[in-house]
Design a protein around this ligand. Structure first.
Ligand code: HQG
Length: 180
């Protein structure tokens, strides 16, 4: 993606996951918003968007961060929310034996004490493979990948969801399920 697309993609992430109210936008509880209303609200705060541009960003998002509804009218972020406006009814899924969490070495002291917590987001995010997890960890500093005993967690009653883009979600991970 070029620089303009990346900037708009970040803007969409910010609005559709975290702070819709900063442009006067209200998301529904599944995270959806009418694309025309999004364009109007963004324009009022000086951000020029149009449907084609949004469509292109959705199609080219490396992590498939957004979905446009089948009727083409609405958009939502598929995961990563912190806003309380949204509580997506993800489908529960049985996880594979292991999932991976990429983080930075500087967080390890606290993680060893408290396990993985969602922090500002609604869920702890887990990746199906180590390679993706390393890239997630790199965003925060020197990366480290934690191997999570996901199936054992599930068997003990912890609930897992998978977003449309393949990212796994769970509320928290206690230390006994972090292997190694
Ligand atoms: C860490 C990206 C201290 C956690 C990615 C992480 C992902 C703790 C950071 C999605 C902790 C939160 C989410 C504890 C967890 N003490 N630190 N007890 N428990 N942490 O950005 O998982 O590019 O909120 O390890 O691909 O990094 O935005 O979560 O390092 O799917 O589309 O606290 O965001 O996607 O950081 O990333 P984040 P994340 P996008």
């Amino acid at each position: 993606m070029n620089k303009q697309y990346t900037e708009i993609s970040k803007f969409l992430s910010y609005i559709l996951r975290h702070q819709p109210e900063t442009i006067g936008l209200m998301l529904d509880s599944e995270g959806w918003v009418d694309i025309n209303i999004l364009i109007t609200c963004a324009a009022e705060t000086g951000k020029k968007l149009n449907y084609q541009l949004i469509q292109k960003i959705v199609d080219n998002s490396d992590k498939k961060r957004f979905t446009i509804s089948d009727d083409g009218l609405r958009i939502r972020a598929v995961q990563g929310h912190s806003t309380r406006q949204v509580d997506i009814s993800y489908e529960e899924r049985i996880p594979p034996e292991f999932l991976y969490h990429g983080t930075a070495t500087r967080f390890m002291g606290s993680i060893r004490e408290k396990g993985l917590i969602a922090g500002l987001r609604q869920y702890v995010h887990l990746s199906p493979d180590e390679k993706t997890a390393i890239n997630v960890g790199k965003r925060h500093g020197k990366p480290v990948v934690l191997k999570i005993k996901a199936l054992s967690m599930y068997e003990q009653g912890f609930i897992f969801y998978q977003a449309d883009n393949g990212v796994w979600l769970t509320k928290s991970v206690s230390i006994q399920f972090i292997s190694g």
